[in-house]
Design a protein around this ligand. Structure first.
Ligand SMILES: C[S@@+](CC[C@H](N)C(=O)[O-])C[C@H]1O[C@@H](n2cnc3c(N)ncnc32)[C@H](O)[C@@H]1O
Length: 273
């Protein structure tokens, strides 16, 4: 059987089942992207939409694997280096006067973004008073994030990114290499915690000075984007920073009025009351 593409009706049916059976709501995800991911699963596993419907209804373990397959987890250290350059220039100097700093990386995937933040904070001599939280819905990538172990062949690109971000050292200062893998050093990992959090259904869990959420909102429709930005607003301390990166912006006028724009290109905002 050749599966061309799941149709809109079948997709809607799956979304309802996933919501009713597993309590997980995909209805505000961008339909085009979700459709692409589900079609990929059908094609790889040679399933019909009906087979998938049965599996999602009757096999709770299958749902966990499905969730892992339909989320896009591409990431790298210092991805979009100019974003990190901007953090160095605009945010870190401002944070110097704080006694305690809490940083949340929402949709952290396998942790490279959060470790990049931890390195920036270490280089600005802020690490010892900072705590870093990384969250995602995908439990598989969170395991990689917690281990802090990455393929050695990824480090070339990571190192180039790091240099372009305004590197103060050699990236190898922050990891140890063994055979074909590298392991992030304890000095960078010790104030870092990864856990599961769903931006669609879970609420505020702390008050942060910095929240970074990049390459996640692009998968949501505009209603869900607004809901999540409201969640970030509520999770920020006053004058805290929201970092969305170059692909995502705050479009809703009510929401944008509650932030000061710090860097328009990299979509870095500061909460104002
Ligand atoms: C493309 S990755 C982005 C990784 C990293 N932020 C970066 O920019 O390199 C998107 C991540 O968002 C996560 N994600 C998708 N929906 C989510 C949700 N509802 N709550 C939390 N994380 C979610 C995915 O599991 C995935 O790891």
């Amino acid at each position: 059987m050749i599966i061309e593409e799941i149709n809109t009706e079948e997709l809607h049916d799956l979304i309802v089942i996933i919501k009713n059976v597993h309590g997980f709501d995909f209805s505000d995800y961008s339909q085009a992207s979700f459709k692409r991911q589900v079609t990929k699963v059908l094609q790889l596993e040679k399933l019909s939409a009906f087979d998938l419907r049965m599996l999602l209804t009757n096999d709770p373990l299958y749902f966990e694997q499905f969730l892992i397959k339909v989320t896009v987890n591409v990431t790298e250290m210092f991805r979009d280096p100019l974003f990190y350059k901007s953090i160095r220039e605009h945010i870190l100097p401002y944070l110097g006067s704080y006694q305690r700093l809490k940083i949340w990386n929402a949709g952290c995937a396998s942790g490279e973004e959060l470790y990049s933040f931890a390195i920036l904070f270490a280089e600005a001599n802020l690490y010892h008073r900072s705590f870093f939280y990384g969250t995602d819905i995908n439990l598989d990538v969170l395991k990689v994030a917690k281990s802090g172990i990455y393929a050695l062949n990824k480090m070339k690109q990571n190192t180039e990114n790091y240099k372009e971000s305004g590197a103060l050292n050699s990236l190898s200062k922050y990891y140890t290499a063994k055979y074909d893998a590298v392991s992030i050093k304890h000095s960078i990992k010790k104030n870092v915690l990864f856990s599961s959090h769903n931006l669609v259904s879970d609420g505020v869990f702390n008050e942060f000075q910095v929240i970074s959420c990049r390459n996640v909102l692009i998968y949501f429709n505009s209603d869900l984007q607004n809901k999540v930005i409201q969640l970030f607003y509520d999770s920020l301390a006053n004058f805290g920073f929201l970092c969305l990166g170059s692909k995502e912006t705050i479009r809703n006028t009510d929401l944008i009025n509650r932030f000061k724009v710090i860097d328009k290109k990299n979509n870095i905002y500061q909460r104002i009351d």
